[in-house]
Design a protein around this ligand. Structure first.
Ligand SMILES: NC(=O)c1ccc[n+]([C@@H]2O[C@H](COP(=O)([O-])OP(=O)(O)OC[C@H]3O[C@@H](n4cnc5c(N)ncnc54)[C@H](OP(=O)(O)O)[C@@H]3O)[C@@H](O)[C@H]2O)c1
Length: 290
């Protein structure tokens, strides 16, 4: 597959969450190769530093635990100056029922609320784009269960992951609406990698091991999986666009703009999710550069 033509990013700064692993690392490498200063935002500094040795150009590693709002606040409070690209990439998948430090369901709290808070807190610094990594798994759920966000009493890891990835798309939509409303030039976009061999998902147990073996046969590598994120981050596409692989069922292929479910395009659900997320995190849309 031909890699994207990434423009010269000299003088620009990008944050990539979860940049130490999976598709986050080749995303960071490609941005660094294009000249950007890349901040690897990771929950484990040792893993981050080891990964950073493979990132070309100017870069640094900073601690960010999306499952802990205090860490998100600390990361954002230490930010100084412009941030051109925020790539909300980190994620967890198919975790057993659990809670983040703030008591949110693990997938919803990490994949959605952590990035929701991070974006709102960094928004006054952001000059160009916010790219949020979703998944084809947003199709696994019919909608957000607003009355039981954490799926209490009916927990199912597949549903929890699918709901968090649907939330990523609704967040992208509502953020773009708010940016457009205030006449901001900042764009909110989404991407998904198709299937890419990474560290995502459970690794222990026979079922998980068999699943991973099968997955390796159909999935693409992480460099290819990073291409839709890089398309959304660097190509001239409209706000609220969703990039993914163009092949069969969006599992693999060249990066292109792709479709999403009706539930992921529902402006009323996007507004409702925003309001609930603002209340839960104590963060909201605020001053963006126009
Ligand atoms: N791979 C696929 O086929 C696929 C398909 C669809 C969507 N996606 C999406 O792609 C994104 C990246 O996943 P991946 O496949 O690259 O998986 P990965 O290799 O497991 O990478 C996930 C990254 O997120 C980080 N992370 C997890 N919890 C975090 C937290 N609380 N705070 C900060 N960072 C945290 C991980 O850190 P540690 O290394 O410390 O665990 C890791 O760096 C996710 O949003 C995922 O939903 C992946």
């Amino acid at each position: 597959m031909n890699a994207l033509q990434i423009p010269d990013l000299t003088g620009r700064t990008a944050v990539v969450t979860g940049a130490n692993s999976g598709i986050g690392l080749p995303t960071a490498r490609a941005l660094g190769r294009a000249g950007a200063h890349v901040v690897l935002a990771v929950r484990d500094l040792d893993k981050g530093k080891a990964a950073a040795t493979t990132v070309p150009g100017s870069h640094e590693v900073r601690r960010l635990d999306l499952a802990h709002l205090a860490s998100v606040r600390e990361f954002a409070a230490s930010w100084d100056g412009d941030l051109d690209l925020l790539i909300n990439n980190a994620g967890v998948m198919m975790a057993p029922e659990g809670r983040t430090k703030d008591g949110f369901e693990t997938h919803f709290g990490t994949n959605h609320l952590g990035h929701f808070a991070l974006t709102n807190l960094l928004l006054p610094h952001i000059t160009d784009r916010v790219v949020t990594v979703s998944a084809a798994a947003h199709r696994w759920v019919k909608g957000i269960d607003f009355d039981n966000l954490y799926l209490a009493g009916e927990y199912n890891p597949r549903r929890a992951y699918g709901q968090s990835k649907l939330a990523n798309l609704l967040f992208t939509l509502e953020l773009q609406r708010r940016l457009s409303d205030v006449g901001s030039r900042v764009r909110s976009l989404a991407a998904h990698p198709g299937l890419a061999v990474s560290n995502l998902g459970p690794r222990s147990g026979l079922g998980a091991q068999l699943g991973r073996m099968l997955f390796k046969i159909v999935a693409q590598d992480t460099e290819a999986g990073a291409q839709p994120t890089l398309l959304a981050a660097t190509q001239d596409v409209p706000g609220a666009s969703y990039a993914g692989p163009d092949g069969h069922s969006g599992m693999r292929g060249a990066p292109a703009l792709v479709g999403r479910t009706a539930a992921a395009s529902d402006p009323a659900a996007a507004k409702r999710l925003w309001a609930q997320s603002a209340e839960l995190t104590g963060t909201d849309f605020s001053g963006v550069p126009l």
